[in-house]
Ligand binder design. Structure first.
Ligand code: PEP
Length: 262
């Protein structure tokens, strides 16, 4: 993230299948005093669905700690035991939703079409989506980085812009190289800059230069307090999506606080 960016920095935590309601409340209690409210950035949490209410209760008037849902169903409602719709998440009081995370793509067979539908459902429900894209190691080694990112983005763009009245300034994407998620491997700042540049050029082709410049693009993949500063200096990196290191309130506070001196 360089200081010339017109985009608002965003630091997001994806807790995956960690932290029930009690550990969520304990996290917020510890984190809130460590991270003081900064109006120049957004701090966002994706707790498990069962812990959303606990998060909302525990944050109290710290509404600067924003909240999203990790996944929603492709349908608006229906007989889908165990699933949660985007409208239900909105009713529960969250403002954001993830779509296209590689763990959903791999473990739950969310293909490009499912990801597109989920994104549409999030937008319809008035939630701000964070769309994740990224290549596997095999795809990268095979020289298919650009092709994979283009396919994943275009599949969504083909669907989503029909009738979706969301400004590109409200759009958030996350470049998450699959080989860097939960592996301790991190993309170098130049890897991240290259991929973010590719994403922005696909956007520019499809939605115009202004939309591409307005979209926020996060980097995700083994971000931790030790590498946050370096990653945030990479060209086109507007923030981060953090898994493992966001589970510890002290680490995530360093990421949100200390890593942001610009
Ligand atoms: C993620 O799940 O989006 C992620 C980036 O995880 P980690 O930080 O653990 O690699």
């Amino acid at each position: 993230m360089n200081s010339a960016t017109p985009r608002r920095p965003l630091l997001a935590a994806n807790w995956k299948m960690y932290k029930g309601p009690q550990s969520t409340a304990a996290f917020v209690e510890r984190f809130a005093p460590l991270y003081s409210r900064h109006p120049d950035r957004t701090v966002l949490f994706f707790p498990p669905a069962i812990s959303l209410q606990a998060f909302l209760d525990a944050r109290g008037d710290r509404t600067d700690l924003e909240v999203g849902i990790q996944d929603v169903h492709t349908a608006r409602e229906g007989a889908h035991t165990g699933a949660i719709s985007a409208a239900m998440a909105a009713e529960a009081g969250v403002a954001w939703g993830l779509a296209g995370h590689s763990e959903r793509r791999r473990e739950f067979n969310d293909d490009d079409r499912a990801v597109s539908l989920k994104l549409c459902r999030l937008l319809e429900a008035g939630l701000r989506p964070v769309l994740c894209v990224g290549e596997t190691l095999e795809e990268r080694r095979g020289g298919r980085l650009e092709a994979v990112l283009t396919r994943q983005l275009e599949a969504v763009l083909d669907h989503v812009d029909e009738g979706a009245s969301v400004e590109w300034a409200d759009r958030v994407l996350a470049y998450e190289p699959v080989w860097a998620i939960g592996t301790g491997e991190t993309a170098t700042p130049s890897d991240a800059a290259e991929a973010h540049g590719l994403i922005r050029s696909v956007l520019a082709r499809r939605v115009g230069a202004a939309g591409a410049l307005a979209a926020t693009i996060l980097y995700g993949g083994s971000v931790k307090p030790e590498n946050i500063r370096e990653l945030l200096t990479a060209d086109g990196v507007d923030g981060v999506l953090v898994g493992g290191a966001s589970l510890d309130p002290d680490s995530f506070a360093v990421i949100c606080e200390g890593g942001m001196d610009r």
